[in-house]
Write a protein that binds this ligand. Sequence first.
Ligand SMILES: NC(=O)c1ccc[n+]([C@@H]2O[C@H](COP(=O)([O-])OP(=O)(O)OC[C@H]3O[C@@H](n4cnc5c(N)ncnc54)[C@H](O)[C@@H]3O)[C@@H](O)[C@H]2O)c1
Length: 422
Amino acid sequence: MSKNLVVVGQGYVGLPMALRAAEVGLKVHGLDTNIATVAALNSGTSHIDDVSDAYLAAGIANGYEATTDPSCIANADVVVVCVPTPLAAEGGPDLGPVEGAARVIGEHLSPDTLVILESTTYPGTTEEVFAPLVTRSRFDVGSDVFIAFSPERIDPGNATYGVRNTPKVVGGMTPECTHRAKDFYSLFIDTVVEARGAKEAEMAKLLENTFRHVNIALVNEMLRFSQELDIDLWDAIDCAETKPFGFMAFRPGPGVGGHCIPVDPSYLSHRVKAKLGYAFRMVELAEEINHAAPDYVASRAWSLLNDQGKAVNGSRVLLLGVTYKPDIADCRESPADPLAARLASWGADVSYHDPFVPRWSPRGVSNVLTCAADLNNAVDAADLVVLLQPHSDYDFEAVVRRDTHILDTRGALAAEKNVHRL
Ligand SMILES: NC(=O)c1ccc[n+]([C@@H]2O[C@H](COP(=O)([O-])OP(=O)(O)OC[C@H]3O[C@@H](n4cnc5c(N)ncnc54)[C@H](O)[C@@H]3O)[C@@H](O)[C@H]2O)c1
């Protein structure tokens, strides 16, 4: 296969995509502005949890090369953009990296190239912001060059669904753009779904993440009054889940983390507010509820210590798992952060254990914390353990046997007298 591919941004999204494309024979350049990342990748060291050094080595053997030099764009048949879209101060995405990448592409673009934006953003970005910088009025979209949006759905740490078998949605600025994007992804992804256009593909991504955000907020809100009404919501969810249609189970937790679920829905509400002047109320409510979840966990920790005749002030609280989801090292927007800050502000002696995080500096906690060296000793030394992420490496039976009281925010532990579900 002779296709030349440039993947701009070699992070959680761009690197797995680039290597999967190299696996099927595409000649792939991974373009990134971070010199250290590029050097590490070319020396065979992966910085992404789901990409092993062995898989990277296989990619390099297949012709994958990381680079900081954008001149590779001139020879590309396809350019895919996977740069970050962090939350900007006013609530929408910071499009600086997307605009920067688009400008560089525009400077080097050759006719007949397909350019695809994958970064998560609000509907309209591809057509209104991205495309004009790429074409610079030199090319007509749909005849000279082809531009599409394809949302990234990667789920870090998911051993079942990866780049190849997660269906890919594509929406082009013209039907020809959509067809070309579909043909491209079909080279290395099993199922490619055509959206009506770029805006619909952009909206599909925000719908998916807003759906999760709102449903997590629903059970987090129900948890509070179920507790007070002496109803076991976890059991109610298990029962509801037996309905074979019309129900999808979401479970309560310490809050939403990562840089997608807590962030992406704001892109949509910000857009609605900016363009139409009214609020996307579901998102605002879900944000309020999920944002308050770590404080709710702190109040439950307070109450469990109180039951033991202990004040939070001076108590040793061990947090288990401080990443935003199990089995990965990513701590971005992790609810462990505000929880640690709240407990520390009440005078608790906060420590943590996480096999993926050797050192951790949560906001509001003055010193950098180091992962407890021995889990059993740390559990023994604690007045209360708060389980936040059930990493598969944990031997929970052994943890529960230590007899320390545990607040289980994930419903991961078997019922024992020292286990208290959130
Ligand atoms: N990580 C996920 O699970 C996930 C899932 C779905 C969607 N997304 C979306 O995908 C996009 C990328 O996210 P990510 O997690 O891969 O980010 P990341 O921070 O892991 O990686 C981004 C990479 O892009 C590089 N970069 C930044 N600006 C650049 C530029 N102008 N030119 C070239 N390289 C540049 C950075 O150096 C970094 O290596 C975001 O919009 C994100 O919201 C991420």
